[in-house]
Design a protein around this ligand. Sequence first.
Ligand SMILES: Cc1cc2nc3c(=O)[nH]c(=O)nc-3n(C[C@H](O)[C@H](O)[C@H](O)COP(=O)(O)O)c2cc1C
Length: 379
Amino acid sequence: MDREFPGVAAMLAKAKKRIPHFAWEYLNGGIGRDMGKAHNRESLDNVRLLPNYLHHTGAEMDTTTTILGQEFAAPFGVAPIGLGGLMWPKVAEYLAKAAQGQNIPFTMSTFATATAENVRAQGGKNAWFQLYKPNDPEVREHLISRAENAGFDTMLLTVDIPVMTRREREFAVGLSLPPNMDLSNIIQMLLRPRWLLETLMHEVPKFHLLDQYVPNNLGRQGAAYYVSELIRGHQSVDQLKELRDRWKGKLLIKGLQSVADVARAKELGYDGVLISNHGGRQLESAPSAADVLPELRREFPDYTLLADGGVRHGADIAKLLALGADMVMVGRAMMYGVCGAGEAGADHVMKVLKEELVGTMGQLGVTRPAELKNCVYNS
Ligand SMILES: Cc1cc2nc3c(=O)[nH]c(=O)nc-3n(C[C@H](O)[C@H](O)[C@H](O)COP(=O)(O)O)c2cc1C
């Protein structure tokens, strides 16, 4: 595995060759001219970490990280990715299982193509649930109860899709779930025989969590519109309070970036925040997590702050930790692992990221993730 996939870049290259073009465009795209996605990378590339070679304490390396009362083997986990089965069948189950094996968190999307019960069975306590909150109170309660009954304890409420945005790359390939069976898509699928075989061996991807709420006879486009309307809108303070009262487990908000928003999440009793711009897929000109983390950490020294966006190497994880994150979530890179190398790729990408993180920490002379906060080089 290491020879074929020495790093995430090799997994990305292989993934692109193994999945149909429409799935690739969905996975790899950002929004607009992809400047938000590029900015996530640039801002990580611009962080410099300063090594100290003569002050090592001699302590053993230990990446163990306790967050929200849960102990993990490493300070990173898997970010929620919707429509997973479109990119590779069973990807959520594979990543959840590998995450439990390596003792890192895995987040299941509301738009998953897997059932909550299966993901929880594969991921155990390491599986977290991401919620796009349905506007319909009955659907909302049903979905939340389902996550609860499946055994999820930690929930992340995503708030950064208040409106449906025009992602050009998705429009250009006519993205839909299940995929449209038009000539262009059929050719794309035939050109990816491994993907096609695996998909046929499992099942045509569908929204396992949401499909039951979509009225019959809407057709593909109608169903997609129904689902987008179901979750549309900004969260009011009352709605945020209602969810906080309803969910007994740990509850975080995903997609915040401003001091004012984080202050509100904290004051409403949310257990933490995932600082994110949705991988550059929603507001192209939004800052990156790397941009805003230092100020947020200064303002909220003891609040749980997770971060994501642009991570393609263990050193990127080290950088977000150094800028103030308690834990770093990884989206596309995890998918590249499975799309590039199948089930074994789930474990491999996590192992590679961890080894790169440990290598970076070793170079910096630190033995605990928290010590990375002293390593940012300011010229
Ligand atoms: C293909 C794709 C699908 C996504 N689906 C969801 C989702 O269903 N829910 C959610 O909260 N975030 C979703 N995100 C955002 C990710 O959770 C995460 O914030 C982002 O991917 C981090 O950036 P990275 O991909 O550069 O690591 C998605 C991102 C991608 C790339």
